[in-house]
Ligand binder design. Sequence first.
Ligand code: FDA
Length: 300
Amino acid sequence: MLKDLFIGLSQNQFLNNAAKKYGLKLGAQNVVAGTNIAETIESIKELNAHGISCTVDNLGEFVFKEEEANEAKEQIINVIEAIHENQVDAHISLKPTQLGLDIDYHFCLNNLKEIVDRASNYGIFVNFDMEDYGHLQPSFDILDELSKEYDNVGTVIQSYFRRAEDDIEKYKNYRLRIVKGAYKEPEEYAFQDKKDIDANYMKLIEWHLLNGKFTSIATHDHHIINKVKEFVKKNNIPNEKFEFQMLYGFRKELQLQLASEGYNFCTYVPFGKDWYGYFMRRLAERPQNLNLVAKQVFNK
Ligand code: FDA
């Protein structure tokens, strides 16, 4: 299946390292905001001008050396400083593995603490993206640890996980992004059937909208978006309690439409040289995204 092929490619460290040397290629430039902070701030300003806030992700995969994790930490702190200096409407999304979760738990915890601490000085929120099942519990553990001291942290619940219902209840007082889930997971831990994943997705969103703090509904799926619109209307849930999120470069008209309808809208803005794994996961989710590649190849 194409999905498995692209997920396999996303996990190929050799291709990932090779791609870093060549800048944004194969159409990745349509879905990655830039390779540096200055370009990314310009993209954020454009989105802000349309009433769209942003969550910024410094792309990075396969971090197994302390120096690489430290570099990523410095870069994320530079993003925080740039958000503050430019007074743009944006916060941070990060992946714990990029900050050293595969190296050492406490090393990663300390890196994340430095980031969250700097962000908290400026009232900037930090979201821990969720990765594959093996990193799920340690990521929650770090969140638990940091939330003893900081309130500017939140995370993601992936509806394909069977444990998601328990997790959402446990973390209901956090700002939570709810997604379907982007990695290949075994049946033991995760629903495999799209119908089950979608049904659980809607169930989790409804539950968190009624019981949780703030819900980020992160999907490009207009069927789900329409159901959420109906649900919030029927249950008198105010717009301040939730937002829609989509990835940079996807369904741009729908992003603008939702913002112009008065919903809070946040675009996930990835940037950096390490674009390959992110781009392959997007192709795995939706092989039609291959159009992005085709356009690029034939536009030469
Ligand atoms: P899905 O792929 O299920 O598609 C459903 C339907 O929506 C399609 O049949 C089509 O009708 C429509 N559709 C979808 N994309 C479209 C497009 N581009 N154009 C037109 N129609 C389209 N995952 C994770 O594991 N950890 C994380 O931390 C995050 N973070 C995250 C942040 C944000 C902002 C988003 C949007 C997504 C994530 N994800 C994620 C990824 C997420 O788990 C999921 O893999 C993708 O969002 C794909 O699922 P969707 O719900 O978007 O649509």
